[in-house]
Design a protein around this ligand. Structure first.
Ligand SMILES: [Zn+2]
Length: 157
């Protein structure tokens, strides 16, 4: 069985996999593991909702994740994009600003912030894609490949 690493970074003690509390700092390991898997479920539910175009439902899921894990940047940025899609640029801006405090220059947050402060820029469909776009391939790459293929074909003829 794998050792159970203490989730507190400064501690990081490898504990016995059956341990209830960290042997070094006393952090409750079981509760933390349950909490993390719950957050992952909420995050995935949020992604599904975002992909289905249900921005408000998605925002609720992501908001719950960042409530428990305030430094979860993926969830926070996704929350920002969902707020944008739902037509709440002020809420979106707040999330992007917090994300940028935690990770200055974070590209998705920079773009989100720009969208949030740009007046009456209608970006519903594009933003929905971004909110659900974590780890997903962008169609841009495919289009590029197709163009390259067509170019090659054209040269041969
Ligand atoms: Zn510990």
């Amino acid at each position: 069985m794998n050792a159970l690493r203490c989730p507190l970074v400064p501690c990081s003690r490898e504990n016995d996999p059956t341990a209830t509390n960290c042997s070094k700092c006393g952090t409750p390991l079981r509760q933390h593991a349950r909490l993390s898997s719950h957050a992952a479920r909420l995050f995935n539910r949020g992604l599904e909702a975002a992909r289905a175009g249900q921005a408000v439902e998605a925002a609720e899921q992501f908001a719950a994740v960042v409530l428990w894990h305030p430094r979860d940047l993926d969830a926070r940025v996704a929350l920002g994009w969902c707020h944008l899609s739902a037509g709440h640029p002020d809420d979106a801006r707040r999330q992007f600003e917090i994300a940028l405090q935690q990770s200055p220059g974070l590209a998705l947050a920079v773009r989100g912030l720009a969208s949030a402060v740009a007046p009456r820029r209608s970006a519903r469909s594009a933003d929905r894609t971004d909110a659900a776009g974590a780890g997903r391939r962008k169609p841009r790459g495919k289009a590029k490949k197709r163009m390259a293929r067509e170019r090659r074909r054209g040269r041969r003829r």
